[in-house]
Design a binder for this molecule. Structure first.
Ligand SMILES: *[C@@H]1O[C@H](CO)[C@@H](O)[C@H](O)[C@H]1NC(C)=O
Ligand SMILES: *[C@@H]1O[C@H](CO)[C@@H](O)[C@H](O)[C@H]1NC(C)=O
Ligand SMILES: *[C@@H]1O[C@H](CO)[C@@H](O)[C@H](O)[C@H]1NC(C)=O
Ligand SMILES: *[C@@H]1O[C@H](CO)[C@@H](O)[C@H](O)[C@H]1NC(C)=O
Length: 329
């Protein structure tokens, strides 16, 4: 009876039964229960998550308010390159993945780009499982963008195939006297796999004053130079501009970059307080090929979903107080 009363008291005054308050590997983190944030392998805590599992995505992508498909042209950047025309038609969710198509026909080359609608992302850990094209002459990019002078990129150039390489860059880039990219803001790694055969996890963790790049959960490069400190959005795109020293191309035929899922943990430009009601500690998140039951296009640990858990919590607290009063009278 005493124990029963104690647990009721605990429940009524803010302590939750351990079954709700613990994370274990059998209950992977979701945005609905991780109201104490998400913790990545370096110990950093993030208030929000946004995830899309394209393998089970059934929405109309054009009507998805969390995502924004590009429809615009970027003028040619260098001599002997051509403008990049991003076309809405080149982005689709088919065959259990997001397809970003560089479309080529006898008269034009068009590109594909999709971004988070929200542009208030300020630091985070961003992961996407990507498979790129065997067709040389395109760039598959996964990046944070505020402006051309506040950007973090991971890029796969399909003209570089033996070995396949991943490029990592922070803008503005530091250049060597001969014009080449300086290691302070740029690096690459030779990949031990064929990037067109399977999905691999490309990840960057953007922290105040530090950016760390990973492939399949293994660190590849870190930089403390020119790390952005302004909010922006996360973009995935597939493009070419014919630049022989970068994208190469134009590709001989249409080429597809595929994304099977993407998971972002992040903070925003509006400071958030972690409620820590249904959880007492942050949910630990892993990188690499782990199975987590993420919901399609969900967001926010610290805001929207919590209103409901608050209501439910207060309902049970009041109920517990009523039971106690009943027991004592
Ligand atoms: C993200 O926000 C949470 C909640 O305010 C805070 O505890 C955490 O330190 C922030 N993370 C970073 C990297 O600023
Ligand atoms: C080539 O593709 C563009 C963009 O998709 C389209 O507007 C145009 O009609 C196509 N031209 C031919 C010759 O198929
Ligand atoms: C990547 O591979 C190329 C070609 O085999 C080699 O020349 C280069 O040194 C390698 N780079 C790194 C960083 O391992
Ligand atoms: C994403 O896809 C990869 C490759 O299929 C899979 O191993 C991983 O578990 C998936 N992650 C999520 C969060 O769905």
């Amino acid at each position: 009876m005493v124990a029963f009363r104690t647990s009721l008291f605990g429940f009524a005054f803010g302590f939750l039964p351990s079954a709700i308050g613990q994370t274990s590997s059998s209950t992977p983190p979701t945005s609905t229960n991780c109201d104490c944030g998400f913790q990545t392998n370096d110990g950093t805590i993030w208030a929000n998550t946004f995830a899309v599992d394209w393998a089970s995505y059934t929405q109309d992508i054009d009507a998805d308010s969390a995502l924004n498909i590009a429809q615009y042209q970027i003028e040619a950047k260098y001599k002997n390159t051509y403008p990049r025309t991003f076309s809405r038609q080149n982005v689709m969710a088919v065959d259990r993945s997001l397809n970003l198509i560089v479309k080529v026909n006898s008269s034009s080359v068009t590109c594909a780009s999709i971004a988070t609608t929200r542009k208030d992302i300020l630091y985070g850990s961003f992961r996407a499982f990507v498979k790129t094209t065997t067709t040389p002459g395109t760039v598959a990019s996964f990046y944070f963008y505020n402006s051309d002078v506040a950007e973090i990129d991971i890029e796969l150039l399909s003209r570089l195939q033996s070995p396949w390489q991943a490029y990592y860059a922070i803008h503005p880039e530091v250049h060597n006297p001969d014009g080449s990219a300086n290691y302070a803001t740029w690096s690459y790694s030779n990949l031990s796999f064929d990037a067109t055969q399977d999905f691999h996890e490309y990840r960057f963790d953007w922290l105040p004053g530090l950016t760390v790049f990973y492939v399949d959960a293994v660190e590849q490069y870190r930089s403390i130079t020119n790390v952005p400190n302004v909010p922006g959005n996360i973009i995935l795109n597939h493009w070419t501009d014919g630049n022989p020293s970068f994208s190469g191309g134009p590709p001989l035929h249409s080429a597809v970059m595929e994304v099977t899922n993407m998971t972002f943990y992040f903070n925003t430009s509006t400071p958030q307080t972690l409620v820590c009601q249904s959880m007492k500690t942050p949910c630990e998140v892993r990188s690499g090929k782990t199975l987590t039951n993420l919901q399609p296009a969900t967001h926010s640990a610290a805001s929207t979903n919590l209103r409901y858990s608050f209501l439910i919590l207060w309902f049970y607290r009041i109920l517990a107080v009523l039971v106690l009063v009943h027991l004592f009278l």
